[in-house]
Design a protein around this ligand. Structure first.
Ligand SMILES: [Zn+2]
Ligand SMILES: [Zn+2]
Length: 312
């Protein structure tokens, strides 16, 4: 369905260590009745309670196996069992997913009431959902690490009602047939003729697109083919410019580098997360990113929600 709402909840925006204000990374995406988690840091389930979104998670996509990105899964699985969940939970992630799921099953063995499946993804792997696809791409974090792209299917072009009438199509059910891609026949006798969808439909319009890098140094040209033109680019911005050396050393990005990535990838809006616990606010990060990216820059607080709109 092309008209679904698409909401991004920032349940955790901290980098590495939690603070009193920020939890480790967890991004919840709700599209229609689907709920997907990108990473699941410690305390994610309480953030889900605070956001009043419930626990009906379809799948969790883990970017990499640093503990700040997955510790929340243990508690969440316990609560799901306690609440009587019976539907399978699928956890996707890079190499070591099988070992992780074995540990998770072992920890949860007294109380696990539903199947958990672990599926390993690699650069270019994709998972298909109804109306959208999630694709993995490689990032640069010093260990096997993936970013994820959620991209909706393109939508049909706009229907040109006046043009349809000019071609002799009476308003009514035939409009719907043309909109669904069917060629129709109108008129009778000698005036009978075909009207094809491409005569009355504009070009296909893109769906919405969210790119989440997870932890990484600045993303590079190699992902431009698949990660371009995102409505939201959610990028590692662990450090501000005063700590650029640390970013390079620990395989993280600065906010300015996140801005460069947003420019490179032609993102519509840049979202900075994974802010190091050394900063009390993200104002310097936002200023840094605005020096390298002219579009909107956001540094969400925990529990902030962004609703992603269609471009047209
Ligand atoms: Zn991290
Ligand atoms: Zn990491």
């Amino acid at each position: 369905m092309s008209g679904e709402t698409l909401q991004v909840y920032f349940l955790g925006t901290a980098g590495a260590l939690p603070t009193t204000q920020r939890n480790p990374p967890c991004i919840m995406i709700r599209r229609g009745s689907d709920t997907i988690l990108f990473d699941c840091g410690e305390g994610a389930q309480q953030q889900m309670m605070r956001s009043r979104c419930g626990f009906t998670v379809n799948a969790i996509f883990v970017t990499h196996w640093h503990a700040d990105h997955f510790l929340g899964i243990f508690g969440l699985v316990q609560t799901m069992s306690f609440n009587g969940r019976t539907e399978p939970l699928v956890i996707y992630g890079p190499a070591w997913i099988a070992e992780f799921v074995a540990i998770l099953r072992s920890v949860a063995r007294f109380n696990l009431k539903f199947p958990i499946e672990g599926i390993e993804l690699a650069k270019g792997s994709w998972v298909r959902y109804d109306g959208y696809t999630i694709t993995a791409f490689a990032v640069n974090h010093g260990l096997p690490s993936l970013g994820y792209i959620l991209e909706e299917d393109s939508r049909p072009g706009r229907f040109d009602r006046e043009q349809a009438i000019a071609l002799g199509v009476p308003p009514g059910p035939l409009f719907g047939k043309l909109q669904r891609g069917e060629t129709i026949r109108v008129g009778t006798g000698e005036t009978s003729h075909e009207v094809r969808p491409e005569q009355v439909m504009g070009p296909a319009r893109p769906g919405r697109k969210i790119v989440y890098t997870g932890d990484t140094r600045a993303v590079h040209h190699g992902i431009r083919d698949i990660a371009h033109d995102a409505d939201l680019l959610i990028h590692d911005a662990t450090y501000d410019e005063s700590e650029a050396d640390r970013g390079a050393e620990f395989y993280h990005a600065t906010a300015a580098q996140a801005g460069e990535a947003a420019t490179l990838l032609n993102a519509r809006t840049l979202v900075l997360i994974h802010t190091s616990s050394r900063y009390t606010d993200a104002q310097a990060h936002i200023s840094d990113a605005k020096k390298t990216f002219t579009g909107p820059v956001l540094a969400p607080n925990d529990l902030d929600m962004i609703e992603v709109a269609f471009r047209d």
